[in-house]
Design a protein around this ligand. Structure first.
Ligand SMILES: [Zn+2]
Ligand SMILES: [Zn+2]
Length: 448
């Protein structure tokens, strides 16, 4: 009896809380800005720019933030390649004593030819850094992130009486090449601005329903390391294998041998991935080449696991060459990239808990869901510095309408993932929840 009384009472309370969350004064403020934000989004979507080349996107963001009263610095970022310009945007609003909170949006697009057929689809083509003609598309939704940052920036500037401290907004270049956050830190970001007490970011999700927020406490995204492997042998005529040391056969052995790193050398409780993404060797049917070049990606959460995999790759490459009789001066070369590397993205558990309860209050508990970690990567974690010195929190913003999700469930055909030429977020509802959620998240840390 007691139970049957309690259930409807609880349901009633939950409904009341959800209704309050739907009709807060913040909602009407967001809705007021929404048409202009959607227009900005569509213009950004139609004019995507590749990593290291975010010229116009950064200029637009800087101009908008300046117009809301932020103190804006452009062209922050230094790369090892002197041909790349830093396109980082840093916007500061000082509002008395209080915490310093950093909010980051990434700005770059991908070398993908858009196939969505949307009226605001990108038709942009450009030459990539290798001089190859490529289509360009915001296939990861960084245009949603820039637009959401503009929306939250405007709202927070208008709500200055409700918060205190220093708000730092970052337009980050080159997330897709995972060297943009690093470029800004290398250019002295944390000596130019007060070091943040917290860092926040959002990313759109190609699986989550629009209107919903997803989060993962602790490790949420993996570290990523690009590795180049050159298997060297001795070239010869294809008909004379006996005078060769065939690097193609050695490369095949190497690829199979490294499959045991994760399956036999690594604890099943430490997630790890070793993928060979490209292999190139040889020019013609009847020539045994001198060498074969492989490109690998390694994903782990723990640094010690990453180090173990790198050491194993080196050991196995050398072992395969030794077994194949390759002379020592032609030993394989295993080289981890110094630029295409980023640590795991770690959501500080205390900060996550605090923000999740704020988001549940602001958006309705039903709209905030815990998600499993994934082995994708992000360089946002770099803003937390080594050893997670600055607590960071990144949450996911659902971007897909319920119809498409239902259809995918019914047909078994997966939804287009991020980076797909067919991926498209629903603009208005995704931007609405992105702006609202980030504003709620910032106010939680900076409220008076
Ligand atoms: Zn991406
Ligand atoms: Zn992305």
């Amino acid at each position: 009896m007691r139970r049957s009384f309690l259930v409807p009472a609880f349901a009633l309370l939950a409904t009341a809380a959800a209704a309050a969350a739907q009709n807060s004064p913040l909602d009407s403020k967001v809705d007021q800005e929404l048409p202009a934000l959607v227009a900005t989004y569509k213009s950004l979507h139609a004019a995507p720019e590749l990593s290291h080349h975010e010229d116009k996107t950064s200029a637009l963001l800087a101009q908008q933030l300046r117009s809301f009263g932020y103190e804006v610095t452009e062209h922050v970022g230094k790369y090892p390649n002197p041909q790349w310009q830093g396109h980082g945007v840093v916007a500061i609003m000082k509002n008395g004593a209080g915490p310093t909170v950093l909010v980051r949006a990434d700005m770059d697009a991908l070398p993908v030819e858009e196939q969505t057929g949307l009226p605001y689809a990108s038709h942009v083509r450009t030459k990539n850094d290798a001089g190859v003609d490529v289509g360009v598309m915001h296939a990861c939704g960084h245009d949603i992130h820039v637009t959401s940052l503009i929306g939250s920036a405007k709202l927070l500037a208008a709500m200055k009486d409700q918060w205190h401290g220093t708000l730092v907004l970052i337009g980050q270049p080159s997330e897709e090449t995972i060297d943009g956050a690093k470029s800004m830190l290398t250019d002295g970001l944390y000596s130019r601005i007060p070091k943040p007490d917290y860092a926040l970011a959002l990313h759109d999700s190609s699986e989550l329903e629009t209107g919903k927020i997803g989060y993962t406490p602790g490790y949420a995204l993996a570290s990523s390391t690009s590795v180049d492997v050159t298997i060297r042998g001795r070239g010869a005529h294809g008909s004379r294998p006996e005078v060769s040391k065939d690097p193609i056969v050695l490369a095949a052995e190497f690829i199979l041998a490294i499959q045991t790193i994760v399956s036999r050398e690594n604890s099943p409780f430490d997630p790890a991935v070793v993928t060979v993404g490209s292999i190139h060797g040889g020019t013609k049917y009847n020539i045994i080449p001198d060498d074969v070049h492989l490109q690998l990606t390694i994903r782990t959460y723990k640094e010690e696991v990453r180090q173990h995999i790198l050491a194993s790759l080196d050991r196995i490459a050398k072992g395969v060459a030794l077994a194949g009789g390759v002379p020592e001066d032609r030993a394989p070369i295993v080289k981890a990239s110094e630029t295409e590397v980023t640590p795991a993205m770690y959501n500080d558990p205390n900060l996550t808990e605090r923000e999740v309860s704020a988001l549940k209050r602001g958006l309705g508990a039903d709209n905030v869901e815990e998600k499993s970690p994934v082995m994708g990567s992000e360089d946002f974690g770099q803003f937390g510095l080594e050893g997670h010195k600055i607590p960071t929190f990144m949450f996911m913003v659902g971007a897909i309408d319920s119809d498409r999700i239902a259809k995918s469930e019914k047909t078994g055909v997966p939804l287009p993932s991020l980076h797909s030429s067919l991926f498209w977020p629903v603009p208005d509802t995704t931007i609405r929840i992105g702006v609202k959620a980030m504003t709620v998240a910032v106010l939680e840390l900076m409220k008076k």
